[in-house]
Ligand binder design. Sequence first.
Ligand code: PLP
Length: 225
Amino acid sequence: MTRIADGLARVHERIARACARAGRDPSEVALVAVSKVHPPEAVREAYAAGQRLFGENYVQELADKAEVLRDLPEIAWHFIGRLQRNKAKSVVSLNAVVETVDSLRLAEELDRRAAVEGRVLPVLLQVNVAGEAQKAGCAPDELATLVPAVRALEHLELRGLMTIPPLVEDPEASRPCFARLRELAAMHALHELSMGMSADLEVGIEEGATLVRVGTAIFGERPSR
Ligand SMILES: *Cc1c(COP(=O)(O)O)cnc(C)c1O
């Protein structure tokens, strides 16, 4: 087994154990393998080991990888980085699910671009649950206006919410943040919950994650960019 295949197997094992503890079916939790900064060969290796869904943070890097890996018929991408409006066109043409919509202006730009391509773009709203000043994401209170406004856009399909908790050592520290995201999603009748990374995916699953975004535990430490 290659190192990446081994990492993937261990992450699947962690997901299965967390699901068992939480009384959930592992098929309810999709794994987004976060390949940012790792070379396309690493993605290819994960694909060979059965992984199909990959997450990227930078539009240009995603575009380059998608081009090099276009021979992989079932590969699918989630965009999980900060998205500038002037990159909306690229991300739409790359067919990526955008997990990081956090303003109506960005949603409207994505909607416009998706309309041009004659497509419906699946999106999640990123919520800054902990209210960290430097972090992207809308405030929980903004969802009351943002959710209906985004739902009204014909070329976007609003699937759910995503959050990145404050960076701390203890995975348990993410729990209140994840629980809050679940409540917010329920309040707005949204199904998809993207929460949990290498350090805290178990907590994410226990709190209802339907997507976990895992990089380091699959691919190893990221080379500096
Ligand atoms: C990098 C990144 C991840 C993956 O983090 P790991 O700790 O390497 O698993 C998940 N989500 C987002 C938004 C990221 O930027």
